[in-house]
Design a protein around this ligand. Sequence first.
Ligand code: NDP
Length: 336
Amino acid sequence: MSIPKTQKAVFFEENGDLDVIKYDDVPVPEIGEGDVLIKNRYAGLNYIETYFRTGLYPTEKPHILGREATGEIVKVGSKVNNLKVGDKVGYLSTATFAQYTRFPATGNILRLPANANDENMKLVAGALLQGLTALTFIYEAYDVQKDDYILVTAAAGGVGLLLCQLLSKLKKAHVIAYASTDEKLKLAQEAGAEYLVNSSTTTYEEQVKKILDITGGKGVAASFDSVGRDTADLSLAVIGRKGTFVSFGNASGPVPPLQLSRLSAKNLKVVRPVLYGYITEHEEFEKYTNQLFHLIDSGDLKIYISKTYPLENYVDAAREFEGRKTTGKLVFEIPQ
Ligand code: NDP
């Protein structure tokens, strides 16, 4: 297969609103002796793209967006012996909103069956990052126990719908879903949430009371809170004695500095995990990807891919996503 010198990619050269995004020609990366070059087929959208673009998370520039993809290996470095041209793969990496991505062959990469079709490739691209996030967090950030009451914010989002399913089915916990519309809450309910809190139609005081009432006044064992600034106080108010605040995102902005003394009244724990810290070792990546795809293959975990966009429509997708208009997972089809 001949590899072109340039390719289409989604990138930015300065921080700002969505108008800084470019979809244009960039060089196809050169690979080193230990790398492979992957021709991407599908790539999943994640909220972290927004943090890089706005500058909340610093990054080098120009920055090609994208954190996960599926595709086919089209070139291997001279020292690579675990992967070959033609292998279909799923992987977590930067710079996947592009036609080609360079990846170290020793990195965390999942070899897919040779007969994987487009639907399979799309599913893996939509499942990998958010699936591993939800799965690792419910064991490692807080090891959820049977019958725990757990608050999930942004419960109809990509990670949210996976948490609802895994917490209810795998961990047999009681999920309290928190989301901004009844339509979103209905979806969270389908995914296993038992109790629903509409963040738009109730006041903060009503939300606290409702969640405490659901738990018989005890409070939740943990809050899996990805909304950040707007929900941190709610989380801290409704977590029960010895409970855990799993703060793992900033969709509404970063959580303001937290006085440690606020934890004392209920002996609370706070964790601020990132997925990569739980899959750093190959064995960890393997263990959790095996479990994730076993759950998907057996039908126990549904990946809600709500929309697929051509890569060139990245800005439209991001606008809907950041405008809270979307549910589940959004995926890009990469031009071939
Ligand atoms: P989602 O599909 O959950 O989309 C974000 C959702 O956040 C929105 O739909 C919205 O739901 C809610 N939200 C609340 N306030 C705002 C706001 N002011 N602006 C925008 N959205 C808001 O996204 P993802 O599933 O991709 O990610 C969910 C979160 O998990 C993100 O914060 C992300 O950074 C985090 N994450 C963290 C990881 C880690 O390793 N720590 C890994 C993966 C994801 P509603 O309208 O119902 O409130």
